[in-house]
Design a protein around this ligand. Structure first.
Ligand code: CP
Length: 338
């Protein structure tokens, strides 16, 4: 146990201070092979750059990477519904030459008979080389990682974190806006339950000169722990407001989110809050010409369909970046990147 901790510290040390990814690669020290991704802060900025650069190489010439995962198997263990995350993980593995197995709902797995996440992953590691897990309970992917011999990726845990959506968001911003620093980012909608929001704030707080404008109704404001442990602790400038139209003109990036119906205890509250924000053409008249609109999707009605043809609407491009960044992530965690 002690050796494992020491090894992890050594990896942290060499990834943070000592070497460029190129030097590390030459020295045989693979930063990411065999690691888990549970929280957006699990990887250093250098490691994230390594993933983004690899994703860019794949985007340039996908055919060149179509056999890097030959003979490898990805397990997708989805205890909650998903379109993008599960399908982009599966498309990613298939496009790398690997194969996939898994389940898309708890009911079709032995979880419905009472099997624990720990026992499930101990079984899955007998069949697969890497696993992506989505679960309604916060912390379930971490429990899986603690009991697993294969790399485990958190594909969303309750209202907590969604680190591969954050990789997607960061790659999209980096490629469309040309970098990850010096932005005013508006995040609008359900900031209380939106796990993509929590992960994005954590991740973006590590870049230079980032300001957040947090736009939410009173009942759906950002959790206190994000404010205290991420924003205030790191002296990140942020503003909390209720009206989108008052601030949209100041934003470089607008990250819209839906109100998360599945996290509400009470249907009446959801119905009252679900239409809090609808981004339409009138509101977009006030936005900067180069502001980009992101959304992790699925969309309900918070972005009017009329906005989809606005060149600033980047959410479907974002979904495609999600596949490329997951290709890069899988290859890096398996240590098969060429
Ligand atoms: N963004 C996202 O997590 O979408 P899915 O729920 O469709 O996977």
């Amino acid at each position: 146990m002690r050796w494992r901790l020491l090894f992890r510290e050594q990896i942290k040390y060499c990834s943070t201070f000592k070497f460029s990814p190129e030097r590390l690669k030459r020295s045989g020290c693979n930063l990411l092979k065999g690691r888990n991704l549970i929280d957006p802060m699990d990887f250093s900025l250098v490691e994230l750059e390594e993933i983004f650069n690899y994703a860019d190489e794949i985007i340039k010439d996908p055919k060149d990477f179509s056999h890097v995962c030959d003979g490898k198997i990805l397990a997708t263990l989805f205890y909650e519904p998903s379109t993008r995350t599960r399908l982009s993980f599966e498309a990613a593995m298939l496009r790398l030459g690997g194969q996939v197995l898994g389940f898309s709902e708890a009911q079709s797995s032995s979880a419905s008979k009472g099997e624990s996440v720990a026992d499930t992953i101990r079984t899955v590691e007998c069949y697969a080389d890497i696993a992506a897990i989505r679960h309604p309970k916060e912390g379930a992917p971490k429990v899986a990682a603690m009991n697993s011999k294969i790399p485990v990726i958190n594909a969303g845990d309750g209202g907590h974190q969604h680190p591969t959506q954050t990789l997607t968001d960061l790659l999209t911003i980096r490629n469309i806006k040309g970098g990850l620093s010096n932005f005013t980012i508006g995040i609008c909608g359900d900031l209380k339950f939106g796990r993509t929001v929590h992960s994005l704030i954590k991740a973006m707080s590590r870049y230079e000169n980032i300001k957040f404008v947090l736009i939410a109704p009173n009942e759906l404001t950002i959790p206190k722990y994000i404010k205290l442990e991420v924003l205030e602790k790191n002296n990140i400038e942020f503003l909390e407001v209720e009206k989108l139209e008052d601030v949209i003109g100041n934003l470089d990036i607008l990250y819209m989110t839906r109100v998360q119906q599945e996290r509400f205890f009470n249907e009446e509250d959801y119905i009252r809050l679900k239409d809090s924000y609808i981004l339409d053409k009138d509101k977009m008249l006030k936005a900067k010409k180069d502001m980009i609109i992101l959304h992790p999707l699925p969309r309900v009605n918070e972005i009017a369909v009329e906005i989809d043809t606005d060149p600033r609407a980047c959410y479907f491009r974002q979904a495609k970046y999600g596949m490329y960044v997951r290709m890069a992530l899988i290859a890096k965690l398996l240590g098969v990147d060429k």
